[in-house]
Design a protein around this ligand. Structure first.
Ligand SMILES: [Fe+2]
Length: 412
């Protein structure tokens, strides 16, 4: 149950559901969390936030509820902080990731707006946003990356920046880069496409292939982004990633046609994360590729286009069957990956929704954990283009809530 309280009523053990006020102003990267540390309590109370929402089902209530109880009733036991489970479920992590993505998207939208108005990027704001994305990814990579892949047509450019930033963090961590480099990777991903603020929106959102002239206009965005960032960002590797994320190892990319010896780590990483997010996202003129199919095809582009060593690390980051992948199981059922457990990347949690032998939908769809189900196993990745299911994202969203009624309605 949610309760609106003043910041002065806050105490350790409460579960903060949402903070009032702007995310960027209060500087708290987490919007919902169990308040366990005195330092966080002090920070919140001195942050300028005057009120917030707490969830009393997940943490302590305000202190003034006790006196209202009848005198003969023993006071309700106050749960110790240690008794409150800090382990979040997959569903809770997804909800948290959704909130964070929404906030990040709003902040990126504002950055693009400022750039279009001719204003320089505020480096402190961009760094804070990148840090918040980094912390969200490190809290639960699969949850954040799963949510960040969902984009609507009108928010594509902004959510793409958030998603690439998140993928960069995951890849940098997989590569074991030092924390300063992970931070840098988050910022490079976030800012890599800022030049699109200057791309004609009709071309940027064109529902179809670009003409040569339109493509030439679009290809200016790395240089334009670089020039914009040059005014306020002094990190040479971030600038380099922005300028060179469309270069290829064989020198056939743009804007400068640089080849392998001239392409640095951040630019190579950004190229991989950028391509992956672009080809797995739904666009007005084409459906995104299934994550597993995308990885399969990208593997063929290593060498001439992408860095193979970095790509191998990228695959390890996402798992062989990333969330959202369409799979064929031994039983002939088609299943969608909706969750991954750590160290069980080969046996994801799936929702089975189509029987290829009977050629009919499974009604209601069936949730399976392949790490514990001895009867079932993956036999192949499937290309969604061969099946024309239009509701895979809805199916995924219903599955992550493990909400059987929601699944029932999908096949009604
Ligand atoms: Fe780009």
């Amino acid at each position: 149950m949610l309760k609106h309280i003043t910041c002065s009523q806050l105490r350790l053990g409460m579960y903060v559901h949402a903070l009032d006020g702007s995310w960027l102003n209060h500087g708290f990267w987490k919007n919902s969390f169990l308040l366990k540390s005195s330092a966080d309590l002090q920070r919140l109370q001195s942050s300028g936030i005057t009120s917030l929402w707490i969830d009393v089902a997940r943490g302590l209530d305000v202190l003034d509820v006790a006196p209202s109880a009848p005198e003969h009733t023993p006071p309700a036991p106050v749960a110790s902080i240690d008794e409150i489970p800090s382990e979040q479920t997959w569903h809770q992590d997804i909800e948290h990731a959704r909130q964070q993505c929404k906030l990040a998207q709003a902040a990126v939208t504002q950055m693009f707006h400022e750039a279009r108005m001719g204003r320089a990027i505020q480096p402190e704001q961009a760094e804070l946003l990148a840090e918040q994305i980094q912390q969200s990814v490190e809290r639960h990579p699969a949850a954040f990356l799963s949510v960040a892949r969902l984009k609507s047509a009108d928010t594509y450019t902004y959510m793409h920046s958030v998603a690439v930033s998140a993928l960069m963090v995951a890849l940098a961590n997989q590569l074991g880069l030092p924390s300063q480099q992970v931070k840098r990777a988050a910022l490079a991903g976030l800012l890599h496409d800022m030049g699109k603020a200057f791309t004609n929106p009709d071309i940027l959102n064109k529902p179809g292939a670009l003409t040569d002239e339109e493509f030439a206009h679009m290809k200016q965005h790395p240089q334009q982004g670089y020039e914009l960032l040059l005014e306020s960002i002094n990190d040479i590797e971030v600038l380099d990633a922005c300028l060179h994320h469309h270069e290829r190892l064989d020198g056939k990319g743009y804007p400068h046609g640089l080849n392998a010896p001239h392409l640095h780590l951040m630019a190579r990483m950004t190229a991989i994360c950028d391509v992956y997010d672009a080809i797995t996202s739904n666009r007005p003129y084409k459906s995104g590729w299934s994550p597993a199919i995308a990885l399969q095809r990208m593997a063929q582009w290593c060498g001439p286009h992408l860095d193979g060593r970095l790509f191998s690390a990228f695959v390890k980051t996402l798992g062989v069957y990333p969330v959202g992948s369409l799979l064929r199981l031994h039983s002939g059922r088609l299943a969608l990956v909706f969750a991954l457990s750590e160290n069980k990347l080969l046996t994801p949690q799936v929702v089975c929704f189509y029987d290829t032998q009977r050629q009919q939908r499974i009604d209601p769809p069936l949730l399976l954990d392949l790490s514990t189900d001895a009867q079932e196993q993956i036999v192949a990745r499937e290309d969604p283009d061969n099946w024309h299911f239009s509701d895979l994202d809805d199916l995924w969203q219903a599955a992550i809530t493990a909400n059987q009624p929601a699944l029932d309605t999908l096949t009604a």
